[in-house]
Design a protein around this ligand. Sequence first.
Ligand SMILES: C[S@@+](CC[C@H](N)C(=O)[O-])C[C@H]1O[C@@H](n2cnc3c(N)ncnc32)[C@H](O)[C@@H]1O
Length: 226
Amino acid sequence: MKPEIIITEDGSNSLYVSSLNESYHSGFGAINESLHVFIKSGFEKAIEIRKEINVLEIGFGTGLNALLTLKESIQQGIRISYDGIEPNPIKREIYSKLNYPYLTDMPDASVLFNRMHESPSDSKIEILKGFNLRKIKSGLEDVELKPDFYQLIYFDAFSPDVQPDLWELSVFKKLYRTMTNGGVLVTYSAKGQVRRNMQSAGFVVERLPGPKGKREILRALKTGKR
Ligand SMILES: C[S@@+](CC[C@H](N)C(=O)[O-])C[C@H]1O[C@@H](n2cnc3c(N)ncnc32)[C@H](O)[C@@H]1O
C-alpha cells in the first residue's frame, strides 16, 4: 500500500491510498480538519483542566496532528507526552515532501517534523523540551495500554467503512480504560453506530459541528460517573 501525495482544498497535502480508495484527511483541507477536530475540539478541551497531558493518537500517519499539537503546546506552555500508534510508518521519501512544516507558522518546524519521523519506534524521544514522543509500531488491537493514563485521545483511524474493526465496542472499551477521569477522545466520524459504541463503552458523547465539508464530529468524555 504505497500512498500518493495529494493537495487538499486549503493547500495542505494529504495521502491517498488507492487500494483502500481512502485518503488520510478530508479533501476540504487536511490542516483545516486537523485544527478543527483534534486541536480545537480535543486539545483545547483537555487543557482546560491540566497543563501537563498524556496524548494518544490512533494512526500517527503523516505526523500532522503531532506537529500541530507541538505548536500549540509551545504557544500555551503545556507539557506533552505523546504516544502515536502506527503499524505502517510512512517512508522518508514521502514525509520529506509533505508541506506541513512550511504551512505551520512555527520556528524550526521542518527540523522538528523530521525529528518526529526519524525518531525510532517504541522509545520515548524528547522532540523539544516539554514534548516527548513515543511512536508505537503496531496496530491498536495488539497494543497493551496502561489503565487511567491518557487525558486526550486523537482517534484518527481510517473510516469505519474501510476499517470497521477499529470502531467496535471492544476498542472503545479499551480506550475508556486507558483514559483518566475527565479525559477527552475526539474523532472526525459522526456515524451513529460509532456514537452508540462509545456510549456503550461508558463515554458521554457530544456531537459538535464539523470542519468544512462535514456536518458533525464526535467528542467523547470520560466523566467517571458510571
Ligand atoms: C486516516 S489516516 C490518519 C493518519 C494521521 N493521523 C495523519 O493525520 O496523517 C489513518 C492511519 O491509521 C493507520 N492505521 C492503520 N491500521 C491501524 C491499526 N490497526 N491501528 C492503528 N492505526 C492504524 C494508518 O496507517 C494511517 O496512518
